[in-house]
Design a binder for this molecule. Structure first.
Ligand code: HEC
Length: 285
């Protein structure tokens, strides 16, 4: 193309030739700067990868399995989860995730989706809590039912805004605790969540770190994030998994699954993401 442009250029008079060459040069420069920019900002390449995956999200397979699991009779008591109250009444999954974590009267505690599922699977289906926790994160050899159930229940709030109320005093306490945990530095590295997630444009290796002090960025992380199909893990991972991963990066003692501490952080994150439209499962690296 450039060669034919050059020859065409030779047919023009001097003045037009100069103008024409300037135009070609500008075109060239703008292409080159676009290319340089896309090489400089890793999110562009990663975003393309994410978009490709999202168009055909493998996480949908987990959603389907989770739906089947929810409605089938299982466990020592051979019961389905259709009487499990996720906050909106027995068996109601639509919109439940959008309002979690929340206070539950029967357990007298604030629970996120995963800690609530544990309660239901133990109380209603008769599974042993320790056994469920040992299988909370799937491996290549063994799927996790919890990951599938979370994908199903999370996605059943799709297109609804995150809407955490904090109307119960204990919900308020959990939110305030989560906020402190987010901002307070601790551990051998003296990191807070804030250290990595408090500034736009930061990254660890090639991974862009969302600035969770900004509404749009925390909304994206929470309401279009977790549960997410993680390409590098070949499975759906939940928010509890994400938090334990970040906790590990901070070299803090292991974050106990479904612990109050983890629920406090999620209460803070989800409340801060209020208003963000839910689109789950997400797709992540
Ligand atoms: C040492 C840096 C570091 C610290 C400290 C850290 N994280 Fe992260 N966080 C990461 C990285 C890396 C990712 C993954 C980014 C990726 O792969 O795209 C991530 C991702 C996340 C995500 C998912 C974002 C998304 O859009 O998928 C959440 C939520 C999160 N972190 C919460 C926290 C919380 C809460 C804390 C504090 C308890 C914390 N992080 C502390 C490095 C950190």
């Amino acid at each position: 193309m450039l060669i034919s442009l050059f020859f065409r250029c030779r047919l023009l008079n001097k003045q037009k030739q100069a103008g024409f060459l300037a135009m070609v040069l500008m075109l060239f420069l703008s292409l080159a700067s676009g290319l340089a920019q896309s090489l400089e900002t890793p999110q562009d390449g990663l975003a393309i990868g994410r978009q490709l995956l999202a168009e055909d999200n493998p996480g949908d397979l987990w959603t389907e399995r989770g739906k089947r699991l929810f409605h089938s009779n299982r466990g020592p008591k051979n019961k389905s989860l259709e009487t499990c109250d996720l906050g909106l009444g027995p068996g109601i999954t639509k919109g439940a995730f959008a309002q979690l974590p929340r206070y539950f009267n029967d357990t007298k505690s604030v629970q996120d989706l995963e800690s609530r599922l544990l309660t239901c699977m133990v109380e209603i289906q008769g599974f042993a809590r320790a056994e469920l926790i040992s299988r909370r994160f799937g491996t290549l050899d063994q799927d996790s039912d919890i990951e599938a159930l979370v994908a199903f229940i999370g996605s059943d709030s799709n297109n609804l805004p995150m809407n955490i109320g904090l109307s119960h005093p204990l919900e308020r306490v959990m939110y305030e605790t989560g906020k402190i945990l987010f901002y307070r530095r601790s551990g051998p590295l003296d990191f807070a969540c804030m250290t990595c997630h408090g500034e736009t444009g930061k990254r660890v290796r090639l991974q862009d770190l969302p600035n969770m002090t900004k509404k749009e960025e925390i909304q994206q992380a929470v309401t279009t994030g977790w549960p997410a199909y993680r390409g590098t893990h070949s499975t759906v991972r939940t928010m509890q998994h994400r938090l334990s991963d970040c906790n590990w990066q901070m070299r803090l003692p292991d974050l106990n699954y479904a612990s109050d501490l983890s629920v406090a952080i999620t209460t803070f994150l989800n409340y801060s993401a209020n208003g963000g439209l839910i689109k789950l499962p997400g797709v992540r690296r």
